[in-house]
Design a protein around this ligand. Structure first.
Ligand code: CA2
Length: 147
């Protein structure tokens, strides 16, 4: 059997709104731009990307479980679930794949409730507050750690 060369890119609730509102926080890039950026970054290293965005926690968890079958790592911006979701954390821990956590904004300079991440200690890469470009750096770091 051949070794899978694929990443799962996960974007959580409300990230489908990227580029349509709150540009002062999240910039002007759209979700499609993010998916293209990660796809191009991984392609330069011979790695494919499967992208999922959902506003439903269970859809994200099913996609993470499915990644066990054919992915070598996960790049995730969990959106607001970062600060609330034990079940998302358990799903990531449960698949035993390397995880890169990305936040577009600097959550540590925002409201106190954004300072805690349930995902942080199941992720080996953290890129926070670098805008959409942070997804590319997270992808590169995750792949660097794998090779
Ligand atoms: O900075 C990030 O990437 C966040 O993960 C974004 C989440 C927020 O809850 C986290 O604290 C930090 C929110 C995603 C919502 O995205 C929107 C984009 C455009 C317009 C409205 C929401």
């Amino acid at each position: 059997m051949s070794i899978p060369r694929r990443l799962l890119l996960v974007n959580g609730p409300n990230l489908n709104l990227l580029g349509t509102r709150e540009p002062e926080i999240y910039g002007h890039a759209t979700l499609a731009d993010v998916e293209e950026l990660v796809t191009a970054t991984a392609a330069a290293r011979g790695v494919e990307v499967r992208s999922v965005q959902s506003n439903h926690e269970g859809v994200l968890i099913d996609a993470i479980h499915a990644a066990r079958e054919d992915c070598i790592g996960i790049v995730i911006n969990p959106g607001g679930l970062t600060h609330t979701s034990v079940v998302l954390r358990d799903a990531l821990a449960g698949v035993s794949l390397p995880v890169a956590e990305v936040h577009i904004s600097n959550v540590f300079e925002r409201e106190a409730f954004r300072h805690h991440s349930y995902i942080a200690d199941v992720a080996s890469v953290h890129v926070i507050g670098e805008g959409v470009a942070g997804y590319a750096r997270a992808t590169q770091q995750l792949l660097d750690n794998l090779t």
